[in-house]
Design a protein around this ligand. Structure first.
Ligand code: NAD
Length: 426
């Protein structure tokens, strides 16, 4: 699938977010005032900023930061560098972040941001200057106790280190050492947390393990397919391999590969690190998008972009479970088809929350000048995410509702309580 197709498929993602929200809000009879607040983003920042290219030309870029809600804690959410980034997409991603933190019960609100650009067209030096100038343009709209970015599509720990360095250069020298939690997903050497790189994939796998327990399903014999082989897709695949499961097909922006004998995700990750995509992976056959969707497997892990599972594509799936590593991969029509086909779903706001959970741990470690061991990070992550999984499963089973609505109900009840206690100023 190319970007054009992705854009065409996208439609308005925010309308989808509001449909998901209204369904859960109706079921819990959410107060009208709170409903109005949560249907609206708090701040939407759009910046246009110039950057000098390697050949001396100046280009002007458009960057976004949308802050949806901060009743539970500082705004929190990733930054995406992608041609399809626009206000509708960023608004949606920011809103999902609010639900996510509320569902897994961490003291963060929701935000998201990004730059509309194709990073593959720029040199590493240009990406550094773009990142630094974007950070400068955002100014004090981000901050360690106010709004904390993290990696998302096409951004990584190196980019977080540049954001950190730029931000710290703008604060008073005496404030620098206590501001390192302005961004999470940093490299270990710049105050990052051990386990943050794999955190989202690890959270996806902890959720899949809970699902397998519920269904009495043996993961050591499972087969799975993955869309997107970046941070989330590759870590999920590598960690599922450790449980004995077999990877049958992978799709990324460069191509789609299939091997009925199984693809080794560790070897594929090394290949991708060198070749920047899965295309040409030795031993695997190239297939088209439709064949990929129709692959018979136990689990499908979408880990790329929004609106991939729709009324058009969902009927093609031949899996038992969709574990949403990506944000917003299924629209409301796609959800209806999955329910009809009795395909289970672990919704994004729960399934991929491992990233923000370990970002919270990184933020805490920075505030306390601590470094936790991997065992501690993994133990705390498993506890947080499985507690949330159980809460969502209880609501789903008690109210006989779909898992996405159940998850949103858990989050909305949390937010509603906070509004009831604090009231509305003045
Ligand atoms: P990434 O940039 O590391 O990887 C993105 C992957 O998606 C790449 O393999 C890329 O080739 C593929 N992709 C991009 N456009 C595509 C297209 N049009 N068709 C097919 N494949 C395409 O990004 P990531 O951090 O792994 O994020 C992936 C998803 O997971 C996003 O929805 C993101 O919001 C979500 N997510 C990420 C994190 C995190 O910690 N990084 C946390 C929670 C959710």
């Amino acid at each position: 699938m190319n970007v054009q197709t992705a854009k065409k498929l996208k439609g308005s993602v925010y309308e989808n977010v509001l449909r998901q929200f209204d369904r859960a809000a109706d079921l819990i009879k959410l107060d009208d005032g709170v409903r109005k607040i949560l249907r609206t983003t708090k701040n939407e920042i759009i910046v246009h900023f110039p950057v000098r290219m390697d050949d001396g030309r100046v280009e002007v870029f458009t960057g976004y930061r949308v802050q949806h809600n901060d009743i539970l804690g500082p705004f929190k959410g990733g930054l995406r560098f992608h041609p399809a980034v626009d206000i509708d997409e960023v608004r949606s991603l920011a809103t999902w972040m609010t639900w996510k933190s509320a569902i897994v019960n961490i003291p963060f609100g929701g935000a998201k941001g990004g730059i509309q650009m194709d990073p593959s067209k720029y040199s590493i030096k240009e990406i550094e200057r773009i990142t630094r100038r974007f950070t400068f343009a955002l100014g004090f709209n981000i901050g360690p106790e106010y709004d904390i970015p993290a990696p998302d599509v096409n951004t990584n720990p190196q980019i977080m280190a540049w954001i950190l360095d730029t931000y710290l250069s703008t604060v008073a020298p005496g404030d620098r050492q206590r501001s390192t939690h302005v961004v999470t997903g940093k490299p270990l050497e710049s105050g990052g947390s051990i386990g943050r790189d794999k955190a989202t994939g690890q959270g996806v796998v902890f959720c899949i393990e809970e699902w397998a327990k519920e269904k009495n399903f043996d993961l050591s014999k499972a087969t799975y397919i993955v869309q997107g082989f970046g941070n989330v897709g590759s870590w999920t695949a590598k960690l599922l391999k450790r449980l004995g499961a077999k990877l049958l097909a992978v799709e990324d922006v460069t191509g789609i590969i299939h091997d009925p004998k199984g693809i080794d995700p560790e070897v594929l990750a090394e290949f991708v690190a060198e070749k920047k995509g899965i295309r040409g992976f030795p031993g695997a056959k190239e297939i088209d998008h439709d064949t990929f969707l129709q692959t018979e497997a136990d689990i499908f892990i979408p880990a790329a972009l929004e609106n991939q599972i729709t009324a058009e594509t969902a009927p093609k799936l031949k899996v038992k479970l969709v574990a949403e590593g990506a944000n917003g991969p299924t629209d409301t029509d796609g959800d209806a088809v999955l329910q009809e086909k009795k395909i289970d779903v672990i919704p994004d706001v729960l399934c991929n929350s491992g990233g923000v959970i370990v970002s919270y741990f990184e933020w805490l470690q920075n505030k306390r000048s601590e470094f936790w061991e991997l065992e501690e990070v993994d133990y705390k992550l498993r506890k947080k995410i499985t507690t949330a999984y159980q809460k969502v499963a209880d609501v789903r089973n008690t109210l006989k509702t779909d898992p996405r609505t159940a998850a949103l109900m858990v989050g909305l009840l949390n937010l509603d309580k906070s509004y009831k206690l604090r009231g509305i100023y003045p």
